[in-house]
Design a protein around this ligand. Structure first.
Ligand SMILES: Cc1cc2nc3c(=O)[nH]c(=O)nc-3n(C[C@H](O)[C@H](O)[C@H](O)COP(=O)(O)OP(=O)(O)OC[C@H]3O[C@@H](n4cnc5c(N)ncnc54)[C@H](O)[C@@H]3O)c2cc1C
Length: 159
C-alpha cells in the first residue's frame, strides 16, 4: 500500500517487487497515495528490492531519532490502534478536520477517537468490530455534516 510518512514513501526507495507471478519494476507497480497495483490483486509479494542513499551514519541516526520522537510526541503509540484510520484528502488532513469538529475523545463504548491524535481510533479494552464500525460511521457523518468533506477509510475493513 506504499506506506509513507514525513515526506517519504516506499515508492521512493523500492526498485522492484517480485511476486508469485512475475517481477515488476518500480514504474510498473502503479504506486499512489496508500495504494499500488498489489492493493487489490491476489498476487503474493515474495521479495522487495530496495536502493537506499549512502549517507553519514550519525546524521541518519539523528534523523531517525528525530522522526521517532515526533511520532511518540504526537501519536498514541502506547494504545491499541490500527494507525491512521482515514486518508488525507486533496485539500485537508483528516485528523485536523476531526479535531476541528471537537471529536477527540468521542466514543462508542470502548472504541474512541484518540485524545492525542484525532486520526487514530483506539481500542480502550474490549471494543468490538460493530463498535468500531459505528465509531467510523459517526465520525464520517459528523465531519460531513459540519464541513461537507467526505472521510475515506485508510484501514481496510475485512468482513
Ligand atoms: C501505530 C501505527 C502507525 C502507523 N503509521 C503509518 C504511517 O505513518 N504511514 C503509513 O503509510 N502507514 C502507517 N501505518 C499503517 C501500516 O503501514 C500498515 O499497518 C502496515 O503497512 C501493514 O503491514 P503489515 O504487514 O503489518 O499488515 P498485514 O495486515 O499483514 O498486511 C497488510 C495488507 O497487505 C497484504 N499483504 C500482506 N503480506 C502480503 C504479501 N506477501 N503479498 C501481498 N499482499 C500482502 C494483506 O493481505 C493486507 O491486505 C501505521 C500503523 C500503525 C498500527
Amino acid at each position: 500500500m506504499n506506506a509513507g510518512a514525513y515526506g517519504g514513501e516506499i515508492k521512493d526507495v523500492i526498485v522492484g517487487v517480485k511476486t508469485d507471478k512475475q517481477y515488476y519494476e518500480n514504474e510498473e507497480c502503479d504506486f499512489g497515495y496508500r495504494n499500488s497495483k498489489f492493493s487489490n490483486s491476489k498476487e503474493c509479494i515474495l521479495k522487495g528490492y530496495f536502493q537506499l542513499q549512502k549517507g553519514d551514519k550519525s546524521i541518519i541516526q539523528m534523523k531517525m531519532d528525530d522522526l521517532l520522537q515526533k511520532r511518540m510526541d504526537k501519536q498514541p503509540l502506547d494504545k491499541y490502534s490500527a494507525g491512521s484510520t482515514f486518508k488525507r484528502g486533496t485539500d485537508f488532513y483528516a485528523s485536523q478536520l476531526i479535531s476541528d469538529c471537537e471529536l477527540k475523545g468521542y466514543r462508542v463504548n470502548d472504541a474512541s477517537v484518540s485524545t492525542k491524535h484525532a486520526g487514530f481510533l483506539i481500542n480502550d479494552g474490549n471494543a468490538s468490530y460493530t463498535e468500531f464500525m459505528q465509531l467510523i460511521e459517526d465520525v464520517q457523518r459528523i465531519v460531513y455534516d459540519k464541513t461537507n468533506k467526505k472521510l475515506e477509510c485508510e484501514v481496510k475493513i475485512i468482513k
